[in-house]
Design a protein around this ligand. Structure first.
Ligand SMILES: [Zn+2]
Length: 127
């Protein structure tokens, strides 16, 4: 690590990682993680997410705006609705898989990639 020696010290170092902090911020809310899990199963309209998550439309929209700002999701219009999908699904699954590995090592095993579990997929389509 050499950036401390280059110039500016700690502040410049912190500035350099702001995009990463923004990225991790998009994962810092349980509802946003659940939204990302649902979008791994396929695109969803806002009303689908409202139904699947049991949250209010305004809460879901707020989380989607956050995820969109972070570049995690994209939307396209379909009639009067907006349909949301993952922007970079493969990279996201890689990252979430790494997080699953890390969580398992720290003793908090969590499944973040529903595609790994056929059960989750089956449950989703029963809804
Ligand atoms: Zn869903």
């Amino acid at each position: 690590m050499t950036f401390k020696e280059q110039s500016g010290g700690v502040v410049a170092e912190a500035d350099a990682v702001i995009p990463a902090a923004s990225l991790f911020h998009s994962f810092s809310d349980p509802s946003r993680l659940v939204i990302l899990q649902h979008l791994q199963l396929g695109e969803h309209r806002v009303v689908d997410l409202v139904k699947h998550l049991g949250l209010s439309q305004s809460t879901v929209s707020k989380h989607l705006a956050c995820l969109k700002d972070a570049g995690m999701v994209e939307s396209r219009p379909e009639g009067r609705a907006s349909v949301y999908s993952l922007n970079n699904p493969e990279a996201l699954v890689d990252l979430l898989s790494a997080a699953e590995r890390l969580l398992a090592l720290t003793g908090d095993a969590v499944t973040l990639c529903p595609l790994h579990g056929a059960d989750a997929l089956a449950r989703h389509y029963e809804e």
